[in-house]
Structure formats: structure tokens, C-alpha cells
Write a protein that binds this ligand. Structure first.
Ligand SMILES: C[S@@+](CC[C@H](N)C(=O)[O-])C[C@H]1O[C@@H](n2cnc3c(N)ncnc32)[C@H](O)[C@@H]1O
Length: 250
């Protein structure tokens, strides 16, 4: 894949890709998911009891996770910048008879929420599309209650180093230290991915006054359906990074 400088239009790309993504992914609305080929929240149990909690999902897509939170008794709010993803989410909420507040917008624009008003911020596989993660961490910090968690998953920074087109699963295609955005194609649609090293993520959280209390690098489950983006490299290096970080004082 060629490196690109400058951002592509990921919102427009997601609009074009929504139908294919949702048809293929068939995500559960009963438990939150963290990524392909790894256990869900039903197995990992990172979020705690959500009954009566205010939960914000960033990059909610079809809102399957937010619907699962609402079914557990949470007041769920989902933000996404793709109108097509949100239209799918709206239909799914109606079908499931579940209320989720859906907001069209950038996941770093949280001015519509009061400070210290949210019990959990969750995001599954959206932060890899975001260039300025530190801005997201600052915005999320403002809206979280003190001690409350931000839990997110994204492509593991190490997994992006390997070349999926080579017959050698561990053939290196780019340096871990290279932070130029990467064009990535799914179903004929081109997206722009942003590479954040583990140190960038950890230090970004620390500088924004979070305490990281959990990091997971789950091994792929040994059986079951493999997603179209599966590479044999994921048998050797983690594909997904999951982080839980708690807001420290203001
Ligand atoms: C891989 S999908 C994941 C969707 C959902 N979290 C799930 O697990 O099915 C990534 C989602 O993040 C959204 N997204 C990416 N960057 C965003 C941004 N800066 N602001 C709002 N939404 C964004 C996309 O529109 C897309 O719906």
C-alpha cells in the first residue's frame, strides 16, 4: 500500500462502505465487541455494570455496541461522522426497540456534552482513522467523571508493520517508526489510516491526566470465521490493542 501525505475523506469513504461493512460484519447487539477474531465484552469484562450509567460511544458505526449498552440499562450516546453509518444505526435501534442518542459529527467534537457528565467512554476500531488522538483524549477527559474510564480498541501499532500481500507473513512493509498516514482499501473504497505508536498512545493519555489501568493484546481465537482482512502475521503479533484509562483530576 502506498503511503500518503495528508488526510483522505474518511467520512465519505465510510458512507460508501457502510452497506458492505454492515452486511459482512453482522455484529451482535447483545454485547460490545473490540475487534475481529478476539473475545467480546462477554468474555473480557472490561466495562463493569452499566445499569444507570451514561455511556458515550465514539465512532459508533451501526451502534451495535451502544444498543448492547442500552439493553444493559445504560443511557447510550453514539457519535459518528458517517451519515450512512448513522442511518443504519437508526434503523437497527428501531428494529431492536432500543433508544440510543445518535449524533452526526466528528468524535473529537464533544462540546454538546457537559463536563464531568459521562460514566464511560467507549470506542471500538475508530481511533485508527483519527490523526490527532491527543485532541480526542483531551475532549474525552473533559466530559468524563473523575475516575471513570475511557476504553478503546484500535489496530495494534505493531500489526501495521507487516505486508499482507507477501507470501511471507512476517515480511516487513514499513517501519514501526514511520508515522505518515497510510491508504488502505476495503471493498474498493480507500480509507486513510493513522499510525500511533504504543508510546504515543500511552504518553498522550498520561499527558492528558489519565491513569492507564489495563492494556490487552488478545491472541486471535483459534476457531471461527476469519475476516477478509485476516493475515497470517496475526498468528505471531497482536492485531488489536485494547486500552482502559481512567480520568485523574481536572
Ligand atoms: C471500523 S468502523 C467501527 C464502527 C463501530 N465502532 C463498530 O465496531 O462496528 C469505524 C467507524 O468510526 C467512524 N469514524 C472514524 N473516524 C471518525 C471521526 N473522526 N469522527 C467520527 N466518526 C469516525 C467511521 O465513520 C466508522 O463508522
Amino acid at each position: 500500500m502506498p503511503n500518503v501525505r495528508g488526510a483522505g475523506d474518511n467520512a465519505a469513504a465510510w458512507d460508501r462502505h457502510t452497506a458492505a461493512y454492515q452486511a459482512r460484519a453482522q455484529l451482535s447487539t447483545n454485547t460490545a465487541h473490540y475487534g475481529p477474531e478476539i473475545p467480546t465484552e462477554a468474555g473480557l469484562r472490561l466495562l463493569g455494570d452499566l445499569k444507570g450509567k451514561r455511556v458515550l460511544e465514539l465512532g459508533c458505526g451501526g451502534a451495535q455496541c451502544s444498543i448492547a449498552f442500552a439493553k444493559q440499562g445504560a443511557t447510550a450516546i453514539g457519535v459518528d461522522f458517517s451519515a450512512q453509518q448513522l442511518a443504519f444505526a437508526r434503523r437497527l435501534c428501531e428494529r431492536e426497540d432500543v433508544r440510543v442518542e445518535l449524533r452526526l459529527g466528528d468524535l473529537a467534537d464533544l462540546a454538546f456534552l457537559r463536563a464531568d457528565s459521562i460514566d464511560l467512554v467507549f470506542s471500538s476500531y475508530a481511533f485508527g482513522f483519527v490523526d490527532d488522538l491527543n485532541r480526542v483524549f483531551r475532549q474525552v477527559h473533559r466530559v468524563l467523571k473523575i475516575g471513570a474510564p475511557l476504553v478503546f480498541s484500535l489496530p495494534h501499532p505493531v500489526s501495521e508493520v507487516f505486508d499482507g500481500d507477501s507470501s511471507d507473513p512476517l515480511a516487513v512493509r514499513r517501519s514501526y517508526f514511520d508515522k505518515t498516514p497510510v491508504e488502505h482499501e476495503m471493498g474498493g473504497v480507500v480509507f486513510t489510516d493513522y499510525h500511533h505508536t504504543f508510546a504515543d498512545i500511552y504518553m498522550g493519555l498520561a499527558r492528558s491526566s489519565y491513569r492507564v489501568d489495563l492494556v490487552l493484546e488478545p491472541e486471535p481465537v483459534s476457531s471461527g470465521r476469519r475476516s477478509p482482512e485476516w493475515r497470517d502475521a496475526y498468528l505471531y503479533v497482536p492485531r488489536t490493542l485494547i486500552v482502559r484509562a481512567r480520568k485523574e483530576g481536572n
